[in-house]
Design a protein around this ligand. Structure first.
Ligand SMILES: Nc1ncnc2c1ncn2[C@@H]1O[C@H](COP(=O)(O)OP(=O)(O)O)[C@@H](O)[C@H]1O
Ligand SMILES: CC(=O)N[C@@H](CCC(=O)OP(=O)(O)O)C(=O)O
Length: 292
């Protein structure tokens, strides 16, 4: 990194003032993808950024993924992770692993890192207070009437925002694992992008930030698309530019942009302090998704 002078440092800090004013007391939903949890330095940087945003008066709400971490544990028990349209095929044994990894290890690691940096993080899954109500999801097949069963995967029926709002109001930082529950108490594995998007809607978030492992959405030549509207997204879906895990990500980003989140961004979580750059500087990185 090139050295910057004391004067330049002061200017960077001063540049944050209008953003702090604009986002004071606003909710920022941050999806921390499993692919962005690469090394300790990045994870520490993420945790300290979250604490900084909270201390300057914003309400960060974290939803985390953990896809690669689930794959790692599946590998260890000799099971291969399988995805269809960006969704994990989840049989009963896989669901146990999902609950262990998302509700256990990954959630607790993020909570503990935030707390180490001086925040007051509280870990939750949708089971807590039944706040994420889910039902079994089926994927659409090639023909419209064909439905694909992918096991214990859920789609969101509703999210009760009150627990998160209570935690925010008392200076806690909610850290949410994407597990939902139905009326019978059955757990469902939900794609974390869907939970983050819906949460941003019900909380009327100022920002939804999806942190992943690409510079943003790329076109077929690999160039970064800095802004996308619904019409352009339809074209990119149709010509196959968007695939795999980017499918649910863009769908939920667009739904959130249409239904209540003020601005929606897909950013590169492999960049150190990507969160601070996005929220507190004019160097917003990645792709911004807009309804129109
Ligand atoms: N057009 C595209 N632009 C960028 N990434 C894409 C695109 N289409 C598919 N992808 C894939 O989507 C991945 C991000 O989704 P995913 O693996 O689910 O990440 P996360 O764990 O962060 O949710 C990228 O690493 C890339 O492989
Ligand atoms: C149904 C489904 O696909 N659930 C995801 C939940 C975790 C997730 O979304 O993690 P990333 O954000 O790191 O991809 C999974 O099992 O991998």
């Amino acid at each position: 990194m090139t050295e910057i002078s004391a004067q330049q440092k002061a200017e960077v800090l001063s540049e944050a003032l209008p953003y702090i004013q604009r986002f004071f007391d606003k909710t920022i939903v941050i999806k921390y993808g499993g692919n962005a949890m690469i090394d300790e330095e990045l994870k520490e940087g993420f945790a300290s950024d979250v604490v900084l945003l909270k201390l300057v008066g914003m309400n960060p709400v974290i939803v985390h993924g953990g896809g690669p971490q689930i794959n790692e544990l599946l590998d260890r028990i000799g099971k291969k992770g399988e995805f269809i349209q960006g969704m994990r095929v989840t049989d009963a044994e896989t669901m146990d692993v999902v609950e262990m990894v998302l509700g256990g290890h990954v959630n607790k690691e993020i909570v503990s890192l935030i707390n180490k940096h001086g925040g007051k993080a509280v870990g939750l899954t949708g089971q807590d207070g039944h706040f994420i109500k889910a039902r079994k999801m089926y994927l659409k097949g090639a023909n419209d009437d064909e439905l694909i069963d992918i096991g214990q995967v859920g789609e969101i029926e509703s999210i009760d925002p009150s627990i998160v709002a209570h935690l925010d109001a008392h200076d806690f930082i909610p850290v949410i694992a994407p597990i939902g529950v139905d009326r019978e108490g059955e757990s469902y594995n939900i794609n974390a992008d869907l939970v983050a998007g819906k949460l941003a809607e019900v909380l009327h978030a100022e920002k939804l930030i999806l942190m992943t492992n690409t510079p943003g959405v790329l076109d077929k030549e690999g160039n970064l698309l800095t802004g996308l509207t619904a019409a352009r997204i339809d074209e990119l879906f149709a010509d196959g530019t968007i695939s795999g895990g980017m499918l649910p990500k863009i769908s939920s980003a667009l739904d959130a942009a249409k239904n209540g989140a003020n601005s929606v961004h897909i950013i590169d979580g492999r960049v150190k302090h990507a969160l601070l750059l996005e929220v507190l500087t004019s160097q917003g990185v990645g792709t911004m998704i807009r309804a129109h």
